[in-house]
Design a protein around this ligand. Structure first.
Ligand SMILES: [Zn+2]
Length: 117
């Protein structure tokens, strides 16, 4: 469990007298996304310049795993879409070739007909 050691705490008693003491504080850390405990991925420290208590939390391994599988799923989907695009481009090229041939034949017919006139 992460903790802060020797944290200076100031409180006020009922007469508003300031009481200062030092305490060790243990705390728990949970992932805000999936809710799993992150105590083993967290530790407390004190900032170098301002000497403020800080918590360093590594990325949640459970969420990273989830995102990795999402990336893999989207990557597979992306590959399928790229294959589909490739197929469609090929179909378009085939259709274009067919029409070009038909247009060429029609032009020949027009030429023939014009010559008959
Ligand atoms: Zn998480």
């Amino acid at each position: 469990m992460p903790n802060f050691n020797n944290i200076e705490i100031t409180i006020f008693d009922e007469n508003q007298n300031e009481i200062t003491g030092v305490a060790d504080i243990d705390f728990e850390v949970y992932c805000g996304t999936c809710g799993k405990g992150l105590c083993n991925q967290s530790h407390g420290r004190v900032s170098e310049k301002r000497k403020q208590p800080q918590v360093v939390v590594e990325a949640c391994p459970s969420c990273i795993k989830e995102k990795d599988s999402e990336i893999e799923r989207y990557s597979d989907e992306n590959d399928k879409l790229l294959d589909e695009i490739c197929d469609l481009k090929e179909k378009i090229e085939n259709i274009k070739d067919e029409y070009e041939e038909e247009i060429s034949q029609l032009k020949d017919k027009i030429y023939e007909l014009e010559n008959k006139l």
